[in-house]
Design a protein around this ligand. Structure first.
Ligand code: ATP
Ligand code: MG
Length: 469
């Protein structure tokens, strides 16, 4: 029995873990999916318009070549987009011309070179040798930065992202290179267009950071929620499972006792094979009593199992309840008289939409108890009344009564106030459990209480639900 319960507990724990894990995985999957969607759409909105700008700039440059055809120089039309920067490369892929503001990402003190327009030095710039030297130096630094080079194997593609570091400052660019040819400017072979996207990258990273943070928070809350959810979802299952385990082990225990008695009595008879039937009649009588008990027990168990699995069909019909109570009581009335007990009926005329057989069975269970747990001179009273749309059935006795503890457990399966005493009186502790299922099948309520000044009162309230026929 202990082992079985441990098995049940392990099983439940496993189910628990599986449920929580499943919930968490589902939660993770949703968050990851959402994250991927969010980040993709952020990337698209942030960088797609920049890529469009780059294409426009590329078209502008190609158009400029037409203008340049008449001139001996390449004239790049202003594309009115301050964010666009470009580098022109010669055949030998050495850069020759670049937007001056590109230098500002590489050179610490760009202001000093602001006079140097578009990176092209005019003769008037030679006046300050120091400035010139510094400028040459700065350009050398710039040329060392890989962003000033072009990857001719990757033309006509966007490069996300190329970076320039200056001190602890990092600049990020989207770039795109393409090849170019014009007879008037034959040295120019390639062009690279650059757009600095630090702002976008920072905002995107910030959004991703916030998303990851809130995702972690959500996963934490999700984990807690899924644990709470699984506990609430599992609780009724655990309770049912536990009840079932207890029921099965109690049932087998109850079945074992009479079987053991019968076996020992039969063995006893076998060892006394020289005796007559009369001599062993007591053993036979006890065996028969136990067999009868087994019979009742299995019938009761079957009945409970049936209503548990809802396989028990209930035949509802309009029934004269008063008549049922009167007829069922008749048998008990005789037994009561035999044992010098008073048996009183106080019945109103009541009709109800119930199952006739189940009502009889319910009455038998309770009246059987009333007779079983009363002594000579006690009184048993059955009252049937109507209150609003319900009927009230009360069975009161002035018998041995029940303890506070019993009151709490009286409807539980196999519960008996005093197991030894009940065994003598022949009970299995299933009667009231069956009564309860019957009442519940009729959408009613059953309760047990002390009867004043002594004894027990069982009260049943069931809706009449009369149907027009
Ligand atoms: P059986 O399954 O044969 O009915 P039982 O009478 O022991 O066995 P229940 O009818 O379920 O089982 O009752 C459970 C217990 O409640 C009884 O064993 C008894 O201790 C107590 N009990 C029930 N009815 C009364 C009553 N009218 N007076 C005193 N005790 C009662
Ligand atoms: Mg009983």
């Amino acid at each position: 029995m202990k082992k079985k319960n441990n098995f049940a507990k392990d099983f439940i724990k496993k189910q628990y873990a599986e449920l929580i894990l499943f919930n968490l995985i589902a939660f993770f999957a949703i968050l990851i999916l959402l994250g991927v969607l969010a980040i993709t759409s952020i990337n698209n909105t942030f960088f797609n318009s920049i890529k469009k700008d780059i294409i426009v700039a590329e078209e502008n440059i190609k158009e400029s070549l037409e203008y340049s055809a008449e001139s001996d120089r390449l004239i790049v039309r202003n594309n009115n987009n301050a964010r666009i920067m470009m580098i022109f490369y010669t055949n030998d892929e050495v850069f020759r011309y670049y937007s001056s503001n590109l230098l500002s990402y590489v050179i610490e003190d760009y202001d000093r070179f602001s006079r140097i327009n578009d990176g092209i030095l005019g003769p008037e710039d030679y006046f300050d040798q120091n400035l010139w030297d510094e400028y040459i130096n700065a350009v050398a630094i710039a040329e060392e930065n890989s962003i000033f080079r072009i990857d001719t194997n990757n033309l006509d593609n966007y490069v996300e992202f190329e970076t320039v570091t200056n001190g602890n400052q990092e600049y990020t660019f989207i770039t795109r290179g393409f090849s170019m040819y014009h007879k008037n400017v034959p040295p120019v072979k390639y062009v690279k267009i650059l757009v600095m996207v630090n702002g976008e990258v920072n905002s995107r990273d910030e959004i991703v950071r916030i998303y990851i943070l809130s995702a972690i928070l959500m996963i934490l809350t999700g984990a807690i929620a899924s644990i709470i959810l699984s506990i609430t979802a599992m609780r009724p299952i655990i309770e049912t499972l536990n009840k079932q385990m207890v029921f099965v082990s109690d049932a087998s225990h109850e079945l074992r006792t009479p079987l053991a008695i019968v076996q020992s009595k039969l063995e006893n008879i076998l060892t006394k094979s020289n005796l007559t039937v009369y001599d062993v009649s007591e053993d036979i009588a006890i065996s028969l009593k136990e067999v009868a008990r087994l019979n009742k027990l299995t019938t009761d168990l079957l009945q409970l199992a049936k209503s548990d699995s809802s396989r028990d069909k209930i035949a509802f019909e309009n029934v004269n309840l008063t008549q049922i109570v009167r007829e069922t009581s008749a048998i008990f009335k005789e037994t009561a008289a035999l044992h010098k007990k008073e048996f009183l009926l106080e019945l109103e005329e009541v009709n109800a939409f119930v199952d006739r057989n189940k009502m009889t069975q319910l009455l038998i269970v309770i009246l059987d108890n009333a007779l079983r747990y009363t002594n000579e001179g006690d009184e048993i009273r059955v009252s049937l009344t109507t209150v609003n749309n319900d009927f009230h059935l009360e069975i009161m006795d002035t018998g041995i009564g029940i303890s506070e503890e019993t009151k709490k457990h009286i409807f539980e399966r196999f519960y008996r106030e005093d197991k030894a005493r009940s065994r003598e009186t022949g009970g299995n502790g299933l009667g009231l459990a069956i009564a309860k299922t019957i009442v519940e099948e009729h959408m009613g309520k059953i309760s047990a209480d002390h009867h004043k000044p002594k004894g027990t009162k069982i009260s049943i309230v069931i809706p009449k639900r009369l149907k027009n026929q």
